[in-house]
Write a protein that binds this ligand. Structure first.
Ligand SMILES: Cc1cc2nc3c(=O)[nH]c(=O)nc-3n(C[C@H](O)[C@H](O)[C@H](O)COP(=O)(O)O)c2cc1C
Length: 470
């Protein structure tokens, strides 16, 4: 009876029903039964105040039409969800080309994946038919986006370490397209330090990730974080990455000045005083601010990493040059002083290379203090409304950072322990405390990109509150 009714519905209603059923994990018939049941229940009065309440999935997925998605299915229990994912993507006009790992073939068959995708399923790196024209490179380049779902612990490890020993991992190494992974695994596997290390590496490599969600595992009695994101969550994440429909830019209209990296203080034309700062943290924050819509000027000391995307980068050598460029870039709404500026410089920079003279010991190096860029901004007549300093300490982190906050007239200090055993200087991870006059927040160890994103979210929240209070 219900199936006859569905067949007679108009296309738009049928589509809405199909999506609703998919979201609730029901068949269309079951969904109709539920709807009819709901109608029979006495309804409390409830005013609908926004479109979001009517449609819980608020992201526009219409931009998926005509987009090409290479879907790499890994060997996990959640592989079955990919059949539904493929249907949802195709309903929106996307073209889905599946790649199965050998392990995935144990969970779903190429036959069912091929039938649902309507495309050839790729499984073998050394396929004689496809590889006559280096098919794995073509696969990696013809897509608009590569999605790995489920991304197994094994697949994440391979990706993080650059393996290329089967079709999926080779395609992932060869691609120049954005990659989204949807991890799915047992909660112990997810929380294992190796998986967490790989997660941070992948985030730093610019791999996008959705989930895993918390919930029950297929294994009886186990629950925790490790469930693959639901197909409709994946569809929305894919639409967000793939379609040009711009997300709201919460920092649009704000101007930010950042410093990053070390400074080099010359002793003579070939020698200089420096430190181990790599610039990775400052550059990541600059890029995250630009992604949030801010106009960003980055004054960077000498670093070996590329300029961040969407950011005006000014390269300098010394603390004095850095200060001059920072002050010349005022006014700004936000200033974040991340650079490890040398506290001292040589008092008498030699014009010529200093010579070793036989029999005479080394000259002692006389130092003078460099300008304090953060303090200068804290007391500047054009002081940015949000001034953030970084404090790299090797001992008494909180005490020193709090003193710095006061002395420099900053709003927040991001304090990190840079003792050599922590590997922060030059490394990819950071463990920081965000210190303000009223609060100390200790953050877990995160990748530098994650620290950047979290700090930028704090900045967005700060300006939201300011707007509300104004
Ligand atoms: C029944 C069964 C279920 C599995 N489920 C998962 C899983 O959900 N997530 C995961 O990371 N590995 C899971 N594994 C282990 C992977 O299949 C195994 O690591 C495999 O090498 C992954 O290969 P791939 O990453 O190339 O797909 C499972 C293994 C078995 C036998």
């Amino acid at each position: 009876m219900a199936s006859i009714t569905i067949r007679n519905l108009d296309e738009a209603t049928k589509q809405a029903l199909r999506e609703r059923a998919a979201r609730n994990g029901n068949s269309m018939e079951e969904e109709v039964r539920l709807l009819l049941n709901e109608l029979n229940q006495p309804q409390p009065f409830r005013a609908v105040s926004s479109a979001a309440e009517v449609e819980p999935h608020s992201i526009d997925t219409s931009g998926l039409a005509g987009k090409r998605i290479l879907l790499i299915i890994g060997g996990g229990i959640a592989a079955y969800k990919c059949l539904d994912l493929i249907r949802r993507l195709r309903e929106r006009g996307a073209v889905v080309r599946p790649v199965l790992t050998p392990a995935a073939e144990e969970f779903v068959t190429p036959l069912s994946v091929g039938a649902i995708s309507g495309d050839k399923v790729f499984t073998d790196l050394f396929d004689r038919e496809d590889e006559h024209d280096i098919g794995h490179i073509r696969l990696s380049r013809e897509a608009d986006l590569i999605v790995v779902a489920p991304a197994t612990a094994d697949m994440m490890a391979k990706m993080a370490n650059g393996h290329a020993n089967d079709l999926a991992s080779t395609v992932l190494m060869a691609t120049n397209k954005p990659v989204l992974i949807a991890p799915a695994m047992n909660p112990q596997m997810w929380s294992h330090s190796a998986t967490q290390r790989n997660r941070v590496t992948l985030a730093n490599d610019g791999i996008h990730m959705i989930g895993p969600n918390a919930g029950e595992m297929a294994e009886s009695g186990e629950a925790g974080i490790g469930r693959m994101a639901e197909p409709m969550q994946l569809v929305e994440a894919i639409a967000k990455l793939i379609s040009p429909i711009a997300e709201p830019k919460p920092l649009a209209g704000k101007r930010a000045i950042l410093t990053s990296g070390p400074t080099h203080e010359p002793i003579d034309p070939v020698r200089y005083i420096a430190n181990r700062s790599s610039g990775k943290q400052g550059h990541a924050i600059a890029e995250a601010l630009a992604n949030a819509g801010a106009e960003v000027i980055l004054v960077s000391g000498p670093v070996a990493i590329p300029n961040p995307k969407g950011v005006e980068t000014i390269r300098v050598q010394t603390a004095r040059e850095m200060q001059a460029m920072v002050e010349a870039s005022l006014p700004a709404d936000i200033a974040i002083m991340v650079a490890a500026v040398a506290d001292w410089r040589s008092a008498d920079e030699a014009d010529e290379k200093m010579k070793k003279e036989n029999g005479k010991g080394p000259d002692s190096l006389k130092l003078v203090e460099n300008p304090d860029i953060l303090k200068g901004l804290g007391h500047h007549k054009k002081r940015p409304s949000l001034l953030i300093g970084f404090a790299a300490e090797t001992e008494k982190l909180e005490k020193h950072a709090k003193a710095k906050l006061k002395r420099k007239n900053a709003d927040w200090i991001v304090a990190n322990d840079v003792s050599p055993e922590g590997g922060v200087m030059g490394g990819d991870r950071n463990t920081v405390k965000l210190i303000s006059n009223s609060d100390i927040e200790a953050w877990p160890t995160l990748g530098k990109v994650e620290v950047a994103e979290r700090l930028v979210q704090k900045i967005i929240d700060h300006f939201d509150v300011e707007t509300l209070e104004a």
